[in-house]
Write a new protein. Structure first.
Length: 689
């Protein structure tokens, strides 16, 4: 990946600007040495912002002497509280693309900022933080040797980051997105500013560590942190932790989680919530789990052992249900869901088994119309259809888009009462039709289509193989959207890529290059696929497993619809209220109606969801309105949208009112997730229905 600057360049007008935040207080002894190291930074222009907490020595005089030597200089009067408050004060006055934290008594090596910016350039998009190891030294005692800290890459688990700070503030450099996130809230229980920032960006964004030291960290008697405490002090800290009902690090974690949980990934939200619950639980529950957990929580072994012993403190708990009760409840609930659904779905499983394994009716097809051009086509689309009222115009638009892009289409029609009518209506010059029993949902139809094409030798000539189905609604604007998508020449292109639980291309529209679909492993997947009618099996063993097969072949799906594509489109000006509702709905209406749901936060959350959620549900309205992407027919069932929001997006897709009324009835027929009751609601929570 390209970096900011590859070589040691002089500081010129093309060099990036870094705002360096320097908190000072009676720092005359070492300040000049630090400022000289700051001037020696290569490849960057420095805007130095200082905040003094009431120095009574020559600190301000020294700063005044150096002010004109930087690209820009700002002097502020600090809050006069303590170092962390001074740094949070400085952060509120920063506004650059890159911001670095600095201590008045350290020495920066010449490439510290340049290396940091190069690391940040690899982490664009989300809030990002760069930090490095330091060389600890004691200039007052030259005989003392320097020591590298940390001596190895910090443990990468969220638990270890929450319970020990591995980022010295004097090495921290952040991007603008991280700055915006930090400045949303001023903490009351932050142990230190650098630890709070490190945790926040770790759990809400991305961090990058440089093992080679970039800062010389001075050890002296006035250090707030960094000086290794004596054994007696460590023992006292341990005893205090063992006897108190609260730790500063736990209070810090709870405060951060309380305000910033909306910005966390789903995984990190679960991890932090579980850690807080376990630390505050009874010994019999999660606390014992933490004591014997296999992952490391602290860098030094003695600190690790002391921390685990301190966890045994019986006072360190919160009143209410312990994690043991929660553990039993969640497991029992899942068992009930699995058992009752198995009983409920047994007839379906039995019918599938007979049709697939005994009578082989799932493999039977009827050739209605096979065009000669199909056998020599360079681009073939397999389109799975289940004829039903109201959606024929959508299907015709999809087929028009495919044939306009020179695709020969094989429609695999699952039998229904409208199959013959649809066969007449969609018949066209480049459209072939086969029918089959309605077994195995869309992936069952894909399987029949693939095996049919293989049997008549069509895939030998084809360079592209496309799979699509009628589970999404194509408006007039969607025809142009699909035609644009088909101009891409990626090896594996998907309209949407889902990262919610597994990385997988969503099955309703994806395209494979010959280098993928000609592989024996790809063909083997379809030969062995079991076309179940059960939704969760069709998704996990069909959609997810096909993507897994392609990933094993060394390919990654390219998403055509992305957050960046939406936000950069000329049609995007702002979010509608329904689109905000879809993006924020997982956090509840309290978040949507709070001051947190600003446009910048909504964009941040939108990008986050593209990395971890099913965005066709959360942001389907937005993708349709701005880009013309088709709209999921089951979008209303997820409870992430309103009927009014669907109407607005359908109009943006250029659908006329009579058709809007018809399709809205189809979408809202089964209600929302919230309207489900009893076992249906329970099964839906686990993705069975």
């Amino acid at each position: 990946m390209e970096t900011i600057l590859q070589d040691l360049l002089p500081n010129n007008s093309s060099s990036p600007i870094v705002q360096v935040l320097l908190a000072t207080y009676n720092g005359e002894k070492y300040l000049e040495e630090f400022l000289e190291s700051l001037l020696a930074q290569v490849g960057v222009r420095i805007h130095l912002i200082t905040s003094d907490d009431g120095s009574s020595d020559s600190t301000l005089k020294i700063l005044g002497h150096y002010a004109h030597k930087f690209h820009d200089f700002t002097q502020l009067e600090g809050p006069k509280k303590e170092p962390s408050a001074n740094f949070f004060f400085l952060l509120r006055h920063a506004d650059s693309e890159f911001v670095a934290l600095a201590d008045q008594d350290d020495i920066w090596l010449p490439k510290h900022l340049l290396n940091s910016l190069n690391r940040l350039s690899e982490l664009s998009g989300l809030p990002a933080l760069s930090y490095s190891s330091v060389l600890e030294f004691d200039s007052d005692h030259p005989t003392h040797s320097t020591m590298l800290w940390p001596s190895k890459s910090p443990y990468d688990s969220i638990q270890s980051r929450l319970l020990e700070n591995s980022a010295r503030g004097c090495t921290v450099v952040i991007n603008r997105n991280a700055l915006i996130l930090i400045n949303m809230y001023e903490p009351k229980h932050a142990v230190m500013h650098d630890w709070w920032i490190y945790i926040l960006i770790s759990v809400s964004g991305v961090t990058k560590f440089g093992l080679d030291p970039e800062v010389k960290y001075r050890i002296h008697d006035n250090n707030v942190i960094g000086k290794s405490p004596k054994f007696g002090i460590k023992t006292k800290r341990f005893w205090n932790n063992f006897t108190r009902s609260s730790w500063a690090s736990i209070d810090q974690m709870e405060e951060l989680f309380g305000f910033y949980q909306w910005s966390l990934t789903s995984q990190n939200k679960h991890r932090i919530g579980s850690l807080i619950r376990d630390v505050r639980s009874s010994l019999l529950g999660g606390k014992l789990h933490l004591v014997v957990a296999p992952h490391r929580l602290r860098v030094k072994l003695i600190d690790e052992l002391a921390f685990r012993l301190a966890l045994l403190n019986p006072r360190l708990k919160r009143k209410g249900k312990g994690s043991t009760v929660i553990f039993i409840y969640t497991r029992l609930r899942r068992f009930i869901a699995m058992f009752t659904f198995y009983i409920y779905s047994f007839p379906t499983r039995y019918r599938n088994y007979v049709a697939i394994k005994i009578t082989h009716k799932s493999d039977e097809i009827t050739e209605v119309e096979i065009r000669d051009s199909l056998k020599s086509s360079k681009k073939i689309a397999v389109v799975a259809l289940f004829p039903r009222p109201e959606i024929l115009p959508s299907v015709q638009r999809l087929l028009n888009s495919l044939t306009a892009a020179d695709y020969d289409v094989l429609t695999v029609m699952n039998q229904s009462s409208m199959a013959n009518e649809w066969a007449r209506d969609i018949s066209g010059k480049r459209i072939s039709i086969i029918t089959r029993l309605n077994i195995g949902r869309d992936f069952g139809a894909y399987r029949s289509g693939f095996k049919f094409l293989k049997s008549i030798g069509c895939l030998e000539q084809s360079e592209k193989l496309l799979f699509a189905n009628d589970s999404v609604y194509y408006g007039p604007k969607s025809e142009r959207f699909v035609e644009e998508m088909l101009t891409n020449d990626d090896v594996w292109l998907s309209m949407f890529v889902n990262y919610q639980f597994h990385t997988h291309a969503q099955s309703f529209f994806q395209i494979f290059d010959k280098s993928i679909f000609s592989k024996p492993k790809f063909e083997s997947f379809w030969n062995h696929y079991y076309p179940s009618d059960l939704r969760h099996r069709a998704i996990n063993l069909g959609e997810v497993e096909l993507s897994s097969t392609c990933l094993q072949l060394g390919n990654s799906p390219v998403a055509f619809v992305t957050a960046e594509r939406i936000l950069s489109d000329v049609s995007f000006e702002n979010f509608t209220q329904d689109e905000k509702f879809g993006i924020w709905s997982n956090h509840g209406l309290a978040f949507l109606n709070s001051g947190l749901a600003t446009d910048s936060n909504t964009k941040f959350l939108m990008k986050r969801q593209y990395l971890e959620n099913n965005v066709t549900h959360h942001q389907g309205l937005l993708a349709s309105r701005v880009l013309g992407a088709p709209l999921k027919l089951d979008i209303f069932q997820t409870g992430q949208v309103t009927p009014e929001g669907i109407q607005h997006s359908l109009r943006a897709l250029e659908v006329e009112n009579p058709e809007i009324e018809k399709i809205l009835r189809v979408m809202t027929l089964k209600g929302t997730h919230a309207s489900k009751k009893g076992f249906q609601r329970l099964w839906s929570n686990y993705g069975y229905v």
